[in-house]
Design a protein around this ligand. Structure first.
Ligand code: ZN
Length: 253
C-alpha cells in the first residue's frame, strides 16, 4: 500500500517536471510566433526593429533620431541623367545612421532599401500615393519614441549655377535650433554661408509633432554639388556634417 502511494507521488513529480521542461523548450517558439510579420525575413541592420512596425511593438526604450529617407520605389524624386534623388538620399541616410549609432546615438531609418513607403500604408483610405507616403512617414514618428526627425532630400533648379545645402525648419524653437546647427555644419563643408529657411508649405514639417527638419543636401542640377552628392566620399562628408549638427543639438543642454 505504502509502495503504491510512493509510486503515485513519484509519477506526479515526473509529470510536473515534464511540464516545466516542455514550457522551457517551447516558450521561446511561442514568443517568436507572436512577433509581427517580417516582410523580408532578413535582419534589418538599420532599424533593429521588425521592418513591419505597424504594431505597438518596438525595441526602443530611449528616444531615437528618426532619419526620414526621402522618396523611394516608384517615386525617384528629382533626377539628373539617371542619377536619382531617392538613391542619394538612401546612401547618405545609411552613412548618417552608422555614424550616429557608432557614437552611441540611437537612430532609425524609415526605409533601408529602394521601396515606396506608401506601399506599407494599408490603413489610410486614399487614392493618392503621395498622401499615403507622407502619412506613413508621419505615422512612424508616432510609433517610435522619436526625439527628432531629420528628413533627407536633394534640390533641383533650372538655374544650374545655384548650389549648396539648405535646411528647412518648423514653426518651433527646437526645430529651428536643430536646423541652424545642421546648416552651420554643412556650410563649413561646402564653404558657403547659406541660411536656414522656414519650411511652411511642407506637409512633413506641419504634421509631425516632434522637432523635425528637412535637409536639402545640395542641388543635383549643379555640377559641383552633383559630383559630391553622387560619390561615396562626398556622401560620407555630408553625412558626417549632418551628424555633427545633430550631436551638437543633442548635447547642447
Ligand atoms: Zn525630395
Amino acid at each position: 500500500m505504502r509502495k503504491k502511494r510512493l509510486n503515485k507521488i513519484w509519477l506526479t513529480c515526473l509529470g510536473f517536471s515534464l511540464c516545466i521542461l516542455c514550457s522551457a523548450v517551447f516558450a521561446p517558439f511561442t514568443y517568436i510566433a507572436a512577433q509581427p510579420d517580417d516582410k523580408s525575413n532578413e535582419p534589418n541592420k538599420y532599424t533593429d526593429v521588425p521592418p513591419n512596425v505597424h504594431s505597438s511593438y518596438h525595441a526602443f526604450a530611449k528616444p531615437v533620431v528618426l532619419i526620414d529617407v526621402g522618396h523611394g520605389g516608384v517615386d525617384g524624386g528629382t533626377s539628373h541623367k539617371g542619377i536619382l534623388e531617392k538613391d542619394i538620399n538612401l546612401a547618405i541616410a545609411q552613412k548618417l545612421y552608422l555614424i550616429l549609432r557608432s557614437q552611441g546615438y540611437p537612430a532609425v531609418l524609415n526605409r533601408d532599401k529602394d521601396y515606396a513607403l506608401s506601399d506599407d500604408n494599408r490603413w489610410l483610405q486614399s487614392k493618392s500615393r503621395h498622401l499615403k507616403d507622407l502619412a506613413q512617414r508621419k505615422s512612424l514618428t508616432e510609433q517610435l519614441p522619436t526625439a527628432l526627425v531629420v528628413s533627407l532630400h536633394v534640390n533641383w533648379t533650372k538655374r544650374t549655377e545655384k548650389r549648396g545645402p539648405i535646411v528647412l525648419y518648423q514653426d518651433e524653437g527646437s526645430s529651428y535650433l536643430l536646423a541652424e546647427r545642421i546648416q552651420h555644419s554643412l556650410n563649413r563643408l561646402f564653404c558657403m554661408n547659406r541660411k536656414t529657411v522656414y519650411g511652411k508649405p511642407f506637409y512633413l514639417l506641419n504634421k509631425i509633432r516632434q522637432p523635425a527638419v528637412i535637409v536639402e543636401t545640395g542641388f543635383i542640377s549643379n555640377e559641383q554639388d552633383r559630383a559630391m552628392l553622387s560619390e561615396d566620399r562626398g556622401q560620407k562628408s555630408i553625412a558626417e556634417a549632418i551628424a555633427a549638427g545633430i550631436i551638437a543639438h543633442l548635447t547642447a543642454w
